[in-house]
Design a protein around this ligand. Structure first.
Ligand code: SF4
Ligand code: SF4
Length: 257
């Protein structure tokens, strides 16, 4: 969405599954596609997997062609941003006449808008608690004559289920980082994080196709599963990063040096 200074998250109301809000978006809106320019679109691990498959590319080629990487000043973690194109900073996947060119595989952020998802997992709770805020962008006409719907309906309509599940697994990793008390990662750890979370095809080569002590310690059925299912491989990659960097295991930490 555009970065106008008066855009804001309306945190006066926490919306849960059965709560309603009013919104509609489509080619009939005068603002159609305007939100696909000049945005900081952060890609999550699952976004990258879906997009690189959509485009028939390896994750390595996708990352080189379409993204830039920054180390978050607050978190010290690598953040992957979609590179915008041209003088108007257009999303590379936008077809100006037809709209989103990767619609079925668009990133979670594009699906979730105009909501912002807040997810929280506490130690004594099974699963993740979530709620949503409405995000109000000044140029967005979606609130004008919007259709009333529940959050649950919005999530179904936008195909958010699997995206949220995968982002919650990534969230486990971010939470582990916070709990570890590690402020900054060194260069090797940043590389490990990037490999396990973002570059799934290179992770496959590293983990499954080359001699790897960690794989030898995995049960056979796990190795079988991650060899056959790319989403399982990505989940394994994120959990491997968590163990390698944030488990507090001295041996793992030494192996990273
Ligand atoms: S209604 Fe909002 S979300 Fe839809 S195209 Fe317009 S600016 Fe984008
Ligand atoms: S991925 Fe699609 S919906 Fe998201 S910014 Fe690009 S064109 Fe717009």
């Amino acid at each position: 969405m555009s970065q106008e200074p008066d855009a804001y998250i309306d945190d006066s109301r926490e919306l849960r599954d059965d709560d309603t809000f009013c919104f509609s978006c489509g080619p009939e809106k005068s603002c159609f596609t305007s939100c696909c320019y000049d945005i900081n679109l952060v890609l999550m691990p699952y976004d990258i997997l879906r997009l690189k498959n959509r485009l028939g590319m390896s994750s390595d080629d996708f990352l080189k062609r379409y993204t830039s990487v920054h180390v978050g000043p607050g978190t010290g973690l690598p953040v992957v941003l979609l590179k915008m194109e041209g003088p108007y900073m257009k999303c590379p996947f936008l077809d100006e006449k037809k709209g989103c060119g990767v619609y079925e595989d668009r990133p979670a952020a594009c699906r979730t808008y105009p909501l912002a998802r807040i997810a929280h997992r506490s130690r004594d709770m099974d699963g993740v608690e979530e709620f949503y805020y409405v995000v109000r962008e000044p140029d967005c006409m979606g609130f004008k004559d919007g259709r009333e719907m529940t959050v649950r309906q919005w999530k179904e309509q936008e195909g958010l289920g699997r995206y949220n599940e995968m982002n919650d697994i990534f969230g486990e990793l971010l939470q582990a980082k916070t709990e570890s008390g590690i402020a900054q990662l060194h260069a090797d750890q940043i590389e490990t994080f990037y490999l396990g979370c973002y570059n799934v095809d290179e992770f496959r080569k590293f983990y499954l196709e080359s001699p790897n002590l960690d794989r030898y310690m995995d049960p056979e059925d796990v190795v079988q599963r991650i060899s056959e299912d790319e989403e399982e491989l990505l989940i394994h990659g994120m959990r491997w990063v968590k163990k390698k960097i944030f488990s507090g295991c001295t041996m793992c930490a030494m192996a990273q040096k």
